[in-house]
Write a protein that binds this ligand. Sequence first.
Ligand code: ADP
Length: 600
Amino acid sequence: MSNLLRLLRYLKPHWIHIGLVILAMIASAFLEVSPAILVRRIVDTALEAKNVTLATKLAFGFVAIAMGRAVINYTQWYFSELVGQKVTYEIRQSVHDHLQELPPSYFSSMGTGQVMSRLTSDVEAVQNFVGWGALLLTQMVITMVVVSAFLFRMNWRLTLATLLTFPLMFRMVFWFDRNVRPAWKSVRERMGKLTEDLQENISGIRVVKAFSREQYEVTKFRASNSAHYEANMERAVIESKAQPVLDFLSGISPIVVLGYGGHLVLGGQMTVGDVMAFHVLIWSLIWPTRMLGWLVNHAEQALAASPRLFELLDSEPSIKNVPDPIILDHVKGHIVFRNVSFAFPGDSKEALQDISLEILPGERVAIVGGTGSGKSTLVNLLPRFLDPTSGEITLDGVDLRNIDLKSLRSHMGVVLQDNFLFSATVGENIALGKADAPTEDVRKAAGLAQAMPFIEELPKGLETPVGERGVGLSGGQKQRIALARALLMNPEVLILDEATSSVDTETEYLIQEGLEEVMADRTCVLIAKRLSTIRGADKIVIMDQGRIVEIGTHQELLSQPGFYRNLFESQFAHEDVPRALSLELAEVRRLSENGQAERV
Ligand code: ADP
């Protein structure tokens, strides 16, 4: 019930249009009974008196009624449609806008397919009911009230007799209602699963091909498709049982009108015209009752879909602004982690444990560690894609949670490993955070990210469409666009999550050159794998299993045995390092040999 009321709340702002529609419905209901009045007069008065002129005049009355109906129907349909479309627009927009508020973790836990299904089929089900179902239901009720009042006035006995089957019809409708609701719910859930499978299959098509998983995917999809088919068939069985019974029940009333009505005519209690009028009007009661079954069906679909929709609308963004958040105009870039721990929801193991780290303004910090050591999680805390489970992080002395989210993110340029390009031009993709940036600035940012050489080779340069419907770009090219995107924002804090991992060594070297310039007076947090990036950092933070195990400069960390030195020896020795580094390596070997000698 509360869901129904909440759905109807969407109609509230449109009360003027709804008022107009209801007025048109009332007028329409009265016009519904007028043909019956005319039939009665033609039969009882004109034909009885053999008055052809009167019969012709009355026949013209039908034309007038038809014209009146045309005008009223226009008003009713136009405004119903207007309300319906507006409500649809508002529901879809509010769901979509709410999605923008939710943190990335929501989507990974919910599944893109489920979210998409909520945005399409659930919104459609709700909109069908709120948009026009509810208004049609009102029309049915108005018509039934007006028509039955008229019939009761003509002859209450015949009216009661014809209405005898109606309770049965209502009962059938409610049986239908009770059974069809769970059936529709199951259809919707399985549709969500189907969309999810399809979405995963398309997004992961390369992996599917690479591992020859086509047959597995076909079987998996077949299972979901069969489940959806079965749910739909269960629903269809219920519907096909209900419809013929309703057809049979609706056929009884006209027979009663003719049988019992004929009896009353012979008894002199009714005229032939009365019975004919009855026969015309009884259908004006039968079809709303039948429609009622259909509308109940739509209301059921809306009610089945609404909890899922409301669940989404009610999901409070776990990361949101505090009341009166602090808006930072300018940021120095002083970041402090104080005893920060973080565990993913539902995960007992902490991905980050007791992290304490100070990053000074303008400092360049490289985060180094094995896969799963918590590097990405750590940097995801900075723009508040995640919030710490305990401890605090401050930017220029202010707890991140007290800073306005938009303001915080506008000071941070983030380049992730997985960079998404929207279906737009290269230029628009770069100017994502600053749509009004002059082309000159876009070019400059693209230049720093070493993206200009390949952009200039594209058919239309910066104007070339990319993304799903545009030209395909390599991973390295995407990465450079993402880097340009971040640089254009001119952020005081730059976060690069292996931002140059997909480019070749030479391009990386060129990007590094460009970055030297842009990183000069900014705080930079880099997750880096390549030695060339790591060794230039002011501070290297070594992570292992969610903890910081070493902090220091390249030299400091090399001069002592530990994680960094092991890493340096085991991995970077094989990297294509310049001669100077080879000498350095020899120095390290010497140091470590000495170390061993000392220990011996
Ligand atoms: P790194 O970037 O160093 O490879 P991550 O920060 O991505 O490591 O991951 C740290 C730990 O958190 C890993 O144990 C990983 O399995 C876990 N983890 C990462 N993302 C999620 C997630 N969305 N939900 C649950 N656990 C996650």
